[in-house]
Design a protein around this ligand. Structure first.
Ligand SMILES: C[S@@+](CC[C@H](N)C(=O)[O-])C[C@H]1O[C@@H](n2cnc3c(N)ncnc32)[C@H](O)[C@@H]1O
Length: 268
């Protein structure tokens, strides 16, 4: 596996135990906005690409019950084991696989609906990833896509770059490729063989006042900025980060949140 993907897998496995408690509700809100746009018929076969702890697939299982097939795939073993444990506890017959979304281990045309929430921005070649999703989707099947967008998290990226410098770490490796715009993602979906049913680009400028919670949240949902730190230093660095943020941004830390929400139908 290439080095960046190894870091992603390791970073999210580290996040997995606290992911749902800190962030699960945020991802749930996103997929709940898109599920009503699905025109999937009865008993759909559903795939969740980059399923994480299974938040989206388990919500879709509830929405479409009964589903014919429920599959989730994620590169992070820690996330997959949390997802599998939740499905077992809920009695939902979902199958979770550790694997790379850029080479999906499924047959062409296997799924009626694919969900991909907050994953696409990690891919270097997003067009190829969308073509791969299109391959395993039935003609006429739908993709519910959410991903981080430009100029999201710009203040956070600048802050963590400076923090790494301050504590003597090498500059932040450019692990998150440049975040895309809605126009770019819409274009890539069309090139990959989708007709766009919906494309939105919500952007908010948040004023963060609870620095500790925000840093914990960001370190959980985007764990790579600190993935090369020894685990025993994690808490100390998070506390230091909160102190520095408070000192540098007294009152509040501005944080741009920007997403792309898209629904596409695979051209028959
Ligand atoms: C921000 S989390 C989102 C998880 C989930 N979709 C949700 O909405 O809660 C990003 C997820 O993408 C996964 N991921 C990143 N690159 C991947 C790849 N190439 N293949 C499969 N999963 C990947 C990570 O392991 C992580 O679980």
């Amino acid at each position: 596996m290439e080095a960046t993907k190894e870091r992603i897998a390791k970073g999210y496995s580290h996040s997995a135990p606290r992911y749902d408690a800190l962030a699960g509700h945020l991802y749930l809100m996103g997929i709940r906005r898109l599920l009503p746009r699905a025109r999937t018929g009865p008993m759909p076969a559903i795939l969740d690409v980059g399923c994480g702890t299974g938040v989206n697939l388990l919500e879709a299982a509830r929405w479409f019950a009964p589903a014919r097939q429920l599959c989730g795939i994620d590169i992070s073993p820690g996330m997959v084991s949390v997802a599998a444990a939740k499905a077992a506890a809920l009695g939902i017959p979902a199958t979770f696989t550790v694997g790379d979304a850029e080479q999906l281990p499924y047959d062409s045309g296997q799924f009626d609906l694919i969900i991909c929430n907050s994953v696409l921005h990690w891919f270097k070649d997003r067009g190829a990833a969308l073509r791969e999703i299109g391959r395993v989707l039935k003609p006429g099947g739908q993709l519910l896509l959410i991903c981080a967008a430009s100029p999201g998290f710009r203040e956070w990226f600048a802050f963590t770059d400076q923090l790494r410098q301050l504590i003597g770490l090498a500059p932040h490796p450019s692990l998150v490729p440049n975040l895309p715009t809605a126009v770019e993602v819409g274009g890539l979906m069309q090139e990959a063989g989708f007709v766009l049913d919906h494309l939105a680009n919500p952007v908010h400028l948040q004023q963060i006042t609870d620095y500790e919670s925000f840093i914990q949240l960001m370190s959980t949902v985007a764990p790579l900025w600190s993935a090369d730190l020894p685990p025993e230093l994690e808490q100390t660095v998070e506390q230091l980060a909160a102190k520095l943020m408070r000192a540098a941004f007294p009152g509040s830390f501005p944080s741009t949140w920007a997403a792309i929400e898209a629904v596409g139908t695979r051209i028959p």
